[in-house]
Ligand binder design. Structure first.
Ligand SMILES: [Zn+2]
Length: 318
């Protein structure tokens, strides 16, 4: 029997339920929606979660599609799923947990007697730390961003090669390999000896069909690549960035991009222009280094100093 919260499944069964993480302001219990898929044969355990940031819904779209596609009779091993992690933020379609104004992905591994976010992190990490692999589905919030997979443990970590392998198996085509800030699940997982990736499935308001489909394919690749399901995965070379150049606007006005997401940028190329409302050019911003146009703000209007876009740099393939 495998149990996660109130979901409990014998070999060859699946179940859904709730993982209790405390109480809401009205005194009712708060339970995250969870699923347990217990394969008919033994094997590894995959832990997967979505909506750690409450406005990042593509991962919820992935889980909503993948779970009905899985038949426990065909699976070796177990899959543990938390469908919505940042319960309070999801309710109000915000990025951060409004109870403590914290980003959930800075709260791992959590504290069961801590803040609201730390308690949710602790409850979900308690499930994740029993797994052999962790997939934490994110996206570039509501910005526009390429589909990529992040490895956040840092290149000197003992789990680095295994995390890179998991990212390659997921196979979005792009990988960001850069040590992340403290409190990320993609840091806490490897620290507990578990290969962990943070797929970043585009960026949008609501759902993006293409990004969700890439996520669905990525999860199936992981299931086949780690023997949960029969079949092979053709591992394809991934374009890897080891960091970002982030660009802000030198002036206020309206941004006009000169590159599309995923396009190559050479040092000195114009990345974006800023005009006034009447179309007169105010500034032209050029790339500091070669790279790939990775992420861009959605709204055209900017103040001086405001974030405009990111270029992935220090590139190679692996
Ligand atoms: Zn996120």
């Amino acid at each position: 029997m495998i149990t996660l919260g109130t979901a409990s499944a014998a070999p060859g069964e699946m179940d859904v339920g709730r993982l209790e993480v405390g109480e809401s302001r009205d005194g009712g219990s708060v339970g995250l929606p969870v699923a347990v898929i217990n394969g008919a044969s033994s094997g590894k355990t995959l832990y997967m979660q979505a909506a750690s940031d409450g406005d990042e819904l593509n991962g919820v779209g992935v889980i909503q599609r993948v779970v009905p596609q899985l038949d426990p009779a065909d699976i070796s091993g177990a899959i543990l799923v938390v469908g919505i992690v940042n319960y309070h933020a999801f309710q109000v379609a915000q990025h951060r947990n409004p109870i403590d104004d914290t980003k959930m992905n800075r709260a791992y591994p959590g504290d069961e007697r801590g803040t609201s976010s730390e308690r949710i992190a602790a409850a979900t990490f308690a499930a994740a730390r029993d797994a052999d692999l962790i997939v934490d589905l994110h996206q570039g919030s509501t910005s526009r961003m390429i589909d990529e997979v992040r490895v956040r443990c840092g290149r000197h970590h003992r789990m680095h090669a295994k995390c890179l392998r998991l990212a390659k198996t997921f196979g979005c085509g792009y990988v960001l390999d850069q040590k992340g800030p403290d409190g990320q699940l993609a840091r806490a997982g490897p620290d507990a000896g578990i290969p962990t990736i943070d797929p970043e499935l585009g960026g949008c308001v609501g759902w993006d069909e293409e990004s969700i489909e890439k996520g669905v394919r990525g999860v199936h690749n992981v299931l086949r690549g780690y023997d949960f399901l029969d079949g092979d995965v053709e591992l394809k070379a991934q374009t890897r960035a080891r960091g970002f150049d982030q660009y802000g606007s030198p002036v206020g006005g309206l941004v006009r991009f000169k590159r599309d997401l995923g396009e190559r940028v050479s040092a000195g190329d114009v990345v974006f222009e800023v005009t006034n409302v009447f179309g007169t050019l105010k500034a032209r911003v050029t790339a500091d280094h070669d790279g790939i146009f990775w992420r861009a703000r959605r709204l055209p209007q900017v103040a001086s100093g405001e974030y405009v876009c990111s270029v992935g740099i220090d590139l190679d393939t692996y």
